[in-house]
Design a protein around this ligand. Structure first.
Ligand SMILES: [Zn+2]
Length: 456
């Protein structure tokens, strides 16, 4: 037996079994797990002893909240709690009003320790449960928690923790939105000078999520509702070791809402302020042609000097659609026209493209359907004529494709909310969504008064 093992056995003979597990372990993995079991026993001991010391410190009792008379100790009462190191049990003083006023019971030590009445599990475990629920269904989160910590918690309990914290995250957001309504913007988020020098790119996209048709019941046909998502990120270009230039998003921040574009707009304004949009060296809004998201640009970003960009691939797709209606799909003529117009559009001749389309539309030889399609195409490009200066955007180091932005938006929702057979209630969805937003925006920890587990 090692020296420390002997000391521990001497301290507590009950550790004998656990210590023999360690000395008999045949592999390192078994040794590590045996040590973890010993640490838990010691952890529980250390916690219970420290709590006993605190419980016996002299107490100054406050006045009764009903009649004002000084509360009196009714003696020591037992308290149990499941913690990260195991179940602990200790006794502490409970005080009551000598006049017997209802509801005037106090437990000063619980208050000092940040324990709530009826709380059964430590905040540190609740944090882990919430963390796991950001990525997996409550059943899985409960199983993972058991595997990782050895602590059994019912899926329903994990669910209640998520509801509680989700409400806190939404409460904070609601405060930010109230302040915005009064003209007060949030504080800048800290950012290194390197990050600040990069272009800020903003985009938006919608993702459909399956909901229950009736609150409180999973029965009935799924109702699909759109979640509106916007992303803000700094565009970072770097060269890989194979000398390839790749674009990546840094300082990714997402906003999302199960609601209208009108609800998305103020959320985006709050987050853009936090991401220092007003002082960004360059900033761009990139989106496909969806009218709603362009409304967001006009309302929140235009006045801030943000460059609007129509997704090039979307523009090219529309170009192809219009030409195909005129010249027939897969014909050589169509391919040729498309190739020419696409190239011109991409390389600074967008005016020429519009003029060409105008000329075409004046021709009398067009069929009714071709005229209709080409006219739609013209309208589309004309509406976006200030958003298609692709050559200039490239020169300015701005993106011309919205793929990166759209996939980040999709990931936020897709990964957690669209599992097989899933259908959400509105409050349940909102709580998980906001927990997930807090996580991706690196604000999750601030909702838990627990430091992260990190080695010294
Ligand atoms: Zn009283």
């Amino acid at each position: 037996m090692s020296r420390l093992s002997e000391v521990l056995l001497d301290y507590d003979p009950n550790l004998k079994d656990a210590l023999s597990q360690l000395s008999e372990a045949t592999t390192l993995a078994l040794m590590v797990m045996a040590v973890w079991a010993i640490m838990r026993i010691l952890g529980v001991r250390l916690l219970e002893e420290s709590l006993a010391v605190r419980a016996h410190l002299p107490e100054t009792w406050p006045g009764c909240s009903v009649c004002g008379k000084k509360l009196q100790s009714k003696g020591f009462r037992e308290r149990k709690l499941m913690t990260f190191v195991g179940g602990i049990c200790w006794k502490r003083r409970v005080g009551r009003c000598p006049n017997g006023c209802a509801g005037a019971q106090v437990v000063p030590l619980d208050d000092a320790l940040g324990i709530f009445p009826y709380q059964q599990t430590g905040i540190e475990i609740q944090k882990m449960g919430c963390l796991l629920s950001i990525f997996s269904p409550f059943n899985t989160a409960s199983q993972l928690l058991k595997q990782l910590t050895g602590i059994s918690v019912a899926p329903g309990t994990v669910w209640t923790w998520v509801q509680k914290v989700g409400q806190q995250v939404m409460g904070k957001l609601s405060d930010d939105l109230d302040k915005l309504a009064q003209g007060i913007l949030p504080e800048d988020e800290f950012m290194s000078d390197d990050l600040k020098s990069l272009p800020l790119v903003i985009g938006g996209d919608g993702v459909m999520v399956p909901f229950r048709p009736n609150p409180g019941s999973p029965a009935g046909k799924v109702v699909w509702r759109e979640v509106k998502v916007a992303i803000l990120a700094r565009l970072n270009e770097r060269v890989t070791k194979h000398k390839k230039q790749v674009v990546q998003l840094s300082q990714r921040r997402l906003v999302a809402v199960l609601g209208t574009i009108d609800a998305l707009a103020p959320r985006l304004t709050v987050e853009s302020a936090r991401q220092q949009i007003a002082s960004a060296v360059k900033s761009a809004w990139i989106s496909d042609g969806g009218v709603g998201y362009w409304t967001v640009f006009h309302r929140c970003l235009k006045s801030l000097g943000v460059t609007p960009i129509l997704d090039f691939y979307h523009a090219a797709q529309n170009l192809n659609k219009g030409l195909a209606a005129w010249l027939g799909e897969q014909t050589d003529e169509c391919r040729q026209w498309f190739s020419t117009l696409r190239h011109r559009l991409r390389h600074g001749n967008e005016k020429w493209v519009l003029t060409e389309l105008e000329k075409l539309l004046e021709s009398k030889a067009l069929s009714e359907s071709a005229r209709h399609a080409l006219s739609n195409l013209y309208q589309y490009l004309e509406t976006h004529k200030d958003h298609i200066h692709y050559d200039q955007f490239k020169k300015d180091g701005l993106p011309i494709g919205s793929g990166l932005v759209e996939s980040a938006c999709k990931w936020l929702v897709q990964q957690r909310f669209k599992g097989v057979g899933m259908r959400w209630s509105e409050p349940g969805f909102n709580n998980v969504l906001h927990l997930r937003l807090a996580w991706v925006n690196q604000r999750f920890d601030q909702f838990f008064p627990v430091p992260a587990l990190s080695p010294k």
